[in-house]
Design a binder for this molecule. Sequence first.
Ligand SMILES: Nc1nc2c(ncn2[C@@H]2O[C@H](COP(=O)(O)OP(=O)(O)OP(=O)(O)O)[C@@H](O)[C@H]2O)c(=O)[nH]1
Ligand SMILES: [Mg+2]
Length: 679
Amino acid sequence: MTDVSRARNIAIVGSHHAGKTTLVEALLSHCGAVSRKGSVVDGTSTTDHEPECIAHAQSTTVGFAHCSDADIDMTLIDCPGFVDFLEETRLAISGADAVAIAIEADPARVAQIQNLVDFVEARGLPHLFVINKLDRAGSDFAGTLAALQSAYGRHVVAEHWPIGMAESFRGYADLATRKAYLYDGTRERESALPEELHDRVDRARGELLEAMADFDDHLMEQILEGIEPSQEVVERDLCVECSHDQIVPVLVAAGLPGYGVTALLRAMERWFPSPADAPAVDAEGRPIELRPDGPVIAHVIKTTIHPQSGKLSIVRVLSGTLKPDATLTNVSRGDEKVRAGGLYRLQGKKQEPIAEAGPGSVVALARLESVATGDTLTTNGLRILLPHVRRAEPVFAVAVRPKERIDEAKISQMLARIVDEDPALRLQRAEITNELQLMGSGEQHVSIAVERLGRKYKVEVETHPPTIPYQETISAGTEIHSRYKHQTGGHGQFADVWLRVAPCERGHGVTFEEQIVGGVVPRQFIPAVEKGVREALMHGSLGGYPVTDINVILFDGAYHDVDSSEQAFKTAAGMGIREALPKCSPAILEPIVHVTVTVPTAYTSAVIQQLTGKRGQILGMNPGDKPGVDIVEAYVPQVEIARYITELRTATQGLGTYAWRHDRFEPVPGKWAGPKAPV
Ligand SMILES: Nc1nc2c(ncn2[C@@H]2O[C@H](COP(=O)(O)OP(=O)(O)OP(=O)(O)O)[C@@H](O)[C@H]2O)c(=O)[nH]1
Ligand SMILES: [Mg+2]
């Protein structure tokens, strides 16, 4: 079994298209973990192996890989950068002990990763930044570093200073050692620091030492007295302070040509903690002892399903040693006993069978059918709950319908499996419209899930925006006389009713009363009248939507001894309602939702303007629970927020989030020109 102090579990996260997957590929190739270096552009990278990743040339799910360097075993968790997949990233981060955050050398990108960095900081995970793609024209290292410092504080500090930029980017100065290196592919060779960088590097080194001295009084004294600290002190402080999440070093790289890979590996090996250095805690904050011979405690951080080979549950082993045929207790699901059907290490899509997995490992268990992402698995009947990663509510929905009628039964089942793989998705049957809706974190998230459904389960679906559950009502009353008389050969049909229709207050619903005196409508026919009334009210006169907030009274009528029947009374009542409604000043009611938008202060006024433009009624604006964040509350018609998440993200560099709930129905102003109710 691997010595746990030699293991590292590292999540590679960052801004969209920052070059994370390319960097992971370069790391794997440098360590000899892959025989041939893949490329995201060719669709051959190790971690972007999902067909949807290849089709969209971006990570659409978390990828796992591992490599060894200098006797250190590293599990790399390549996380998607696109904002729609933030939930996936957040869950996967719970399997990591440290995080490398990649960002393009562009100050404008810094704001875009704020939610992600906030999450990493809140979990107290040691992390570093890699300013990547420095070979690209227009790269701005100093500007990006300054933006990172202004967003996350002075403890985010350069440890590397680039030599050259864009097409001349060719190496870096290590500020801790004062040595300069030039790249030779993924290797580097020591070189003299170019003359013109001396001052710049000295200043940057001074800033690095000052930041480190905040956590080392002795170093602070040396700096104040102008004494040059020893190399050992600087290197030791970097290790200690980075692994304790005090200092956040900034490195340089260009993953595509493989630049910076050696230095990044060295940093991850030396500065990032092993699972033994950063013991996990349970839901109550008690540390979990890392015992290879103790009961197994494992946390499911990701689920994938292969239509043929079944389910893979990717777990982080917190304690104990997993075996391929382990019988486990699923503490999160009523202590259900489950038995694994294989244990693997993942290298992208490759599953490498292993005999055991000790504490600190991130491995895949096969065929745990009832197990879901987030579950806690144990042995020896151990009951333990791990900290819960709070899930964001889905903010985008589509209605789904199978293209082929025969798939009707299959579709819910298959969609449920897609949701099983990605807990940020949700499947629901809409209350009023009865539509099957797939909900997720954004348009792309949901559309990729639909693609996955087609590929994995051969179920083709049509999607459309969810039908808005409009209703109709009336604002005036009337009395109507309706007689149904029909003679066909034998005995005929006869019913005669007088109905009084009146509007009611909002939320009243539909009520029916009878005030028949003297048996002019016999008792046994009254339920049929009510049925006729209620059925007719299912389809209003304006758009065919259900009519609500209305009271109907049956107050008079007539019958025939032979020709009257329940059917005749039902028909007469329905005819009466259809005739009455257009005379009662009908109106369409639309659902109004209450939205709570969380947004960085810089975008608050833009958000308010956007909501106002959506016929929104702003209720208030308050500071959020974090500095620099506002919460805007508003009432908005539901129809206006169908694509709101996309518009909100466009207006806020992807940082705005929102939650909504149905509040009430309100009349639509003006003449109704909207859609008819689906039949
Ligand atoms: N010039 C240059 N291009 C790069 C570099 N690294 C990646 N790219 C290109 O940038 C694009 C995105 O690279 P990816 O590795 O997929 O980026 P990513 O961060 O994994 O993207 P997501 O996971 O989708 O957020 C691809 O076209 C890469 O070829 C680099 O160092 N220099
Ligand atoms: Mg990627």
